[in-house]
Design a protein around this ligand. Structure first.
Ligand SMILES: *Cc1c(COP(=O)(O)O)cnc(C)c1O
Length: 392
């Protein structure tokens, strides 16, 4: 594999496996199994299989492997395992790393389903400590001898707090723990997680990687010894593998990932600047704005403010709903990373199950609207959002 290509080239070419037909596009090997020319070959393959030898799609498949190879090439990790969804990736990574009696330190500002996985682990004897992950000292204070994992989203959902990967890595590595980063909001384009010390990086491919809101998928990236060791063993036996069809969709998504994500981030910045200090807003939250509390860290860690913004309407839920209902281009839904702009009211949808108090601690006010900026025309998006604020 050519390693000196830049990201855009890798996104288009890396990992391609051509069949004897020399097809130009990535082939969709929609097959669960593989024929063996003899019983001896079948026996040998179950003992050890080479890079072009597959057994069963739950273990691996040529299309899925193309996606894994392309992902690890752009992320700068040794290997990757593709999963059925982002949550299969988070669950798989944690299950492969901890056992009863181990300790996990996690940022409390996290996606609800990730918190649920931690709750399940606690029922099986894994000790969990939740901290405010945006305060670096909290990680150093929480790790201890049996800490095996430090887990966080590098940019939190939906509050857009940026967590310092290098600082967490220093604390985690001081006790021999692994740093697991859920990098969904940063996307692989704005990720330097591996070079900053993350040991394991997980993505919901459902988001920016697909980019069209079509298919569920996820991926776990890290060192070969972990990915092809405990992670693969856990995932291949418990059924969290990605479908070859979804891998084929994700490969197509990766081709345009850099173009899309940079266009989305430029739109997000334009909307953030146009709405900052707007009289209807308590706050416009965007890590690319100089007044964001972790602006410097965001620039160091991502080189961008990312594709997501939050607008916090002053007068709460009714105003937020009027704003959402007045939008004409930005669509009310709950995915993110899509080419289409999407607005979400976390308090009544994605984060509905939290208590008022829990929502308040992670900054989810009744007026908060999260917007995943799409690739539509910048002026149209700014006009749509300013127009909807006017209508409030
Ligand atoms: C969406 C999301 C997930 C879960 O991904 P799915 O593909 O929906 O399973 C996990 N973490 C974060 C930060 C997400 O945004």
């Amino acid at each position: 594999m050519v390693k000196d290509w830049n990201t855009r080239t890798k996104l288009v070419h890396e990992g391609i496996r051509r069949s004897q037909y020399g097809e130009m596009a990535e082939a969709l090997f929609l097959t669960q199994g593989f024929a063996y020319p003899s019983a001896e070959v079948a026996e040998a393959r179950f003992i050890s299989s080479g890079p072009d030898e597959f057994i069963y799609a739950r273990y691996g498949n040529p299309t899925t492997r193309m996606f894994e190879d392309r992902m690890s090439a752009i992320e700068g990790t040794e290997d990757a395992f593709a999963t059925a969804s982002g949550m299969a990736a988070v669950n798989g990574a944690l299950m492969a790393l901890v056992k009863a009696g181990d300790h996990i330190v996690a940022a409390r500002q996290m996606f609800g389903s990730c918190l649920h996985v931690l709750k399940v682990l606690s029922q099986f004897g894994v000790e969990i400590t939740l901290i405010d992950g945006a305060v670096n000292e909290n990680w150093a204070a929480a790790v201890k001898e049996n800490t095996k994992v430090c887990l966080f989203e590098s940019v939190s959902n939906p509050g857009l707090e940026v967590i310092d990967i290098a600082a967490v890595a220093r604390a985690a590595h001081s006790v021999g723990a692994m740093v697991v980063v859920d990098n969904a909001f940063a996307s692989p384009i704005f990720s330097r997680a591996a070079e900053l010390g993350a040991d394991v990086i997980v993505y919901s491919a459902t988001k920016h990687i697909d980019g069209g809101g079509r298919a569920l998928g996820g991926v776990v990236l890290g060192r070969k010894e972990f990915v092809r060791g405990p992670l693969e063993t856990y995932l291949k036996h418990t059924g969290g593998a990605m479908s070859p069809f979804h891998a084929w969709i994700m490969l197509n998504g990766l081709t345009t990932l850099d173009l899309r994500v940079r266009a989305q981030a430029a739109n997000a910045e334009a909307v953030a600047r146009a709405t900052d200090h707007h009289p209807k807003l308590a706050r416009a939250i965007y890590p690319g704005l100089e007044d964001h509390p972790q602006h410097d860290l965001a620039m160091r860690q991502m080189g961008s403010g990312g594709t997501m913004i939050c607008l916090d309407l002053k007068d709460g839920k009714a105003e937020a709903f009027r704003f959402l209902d007045a939008l004409r281009i930005v669509t009310i839904s709950n995915n993110l990373g899509d080419a289409k702009s999407i607005a979400t009211h976390p308090a009544t949808t994605t984060h509905k199950n939290l208590s008022d108090e829990e929502r308040a601690t992670i900054g989810i006010t009744p007026g908060l609207v999260r917007i995943s900026m799409g690739i539509e025309d910048r002026d149209d998006l700014v006009a749509d959002i300013l127009g909807a604020l006017e209508a409030v």
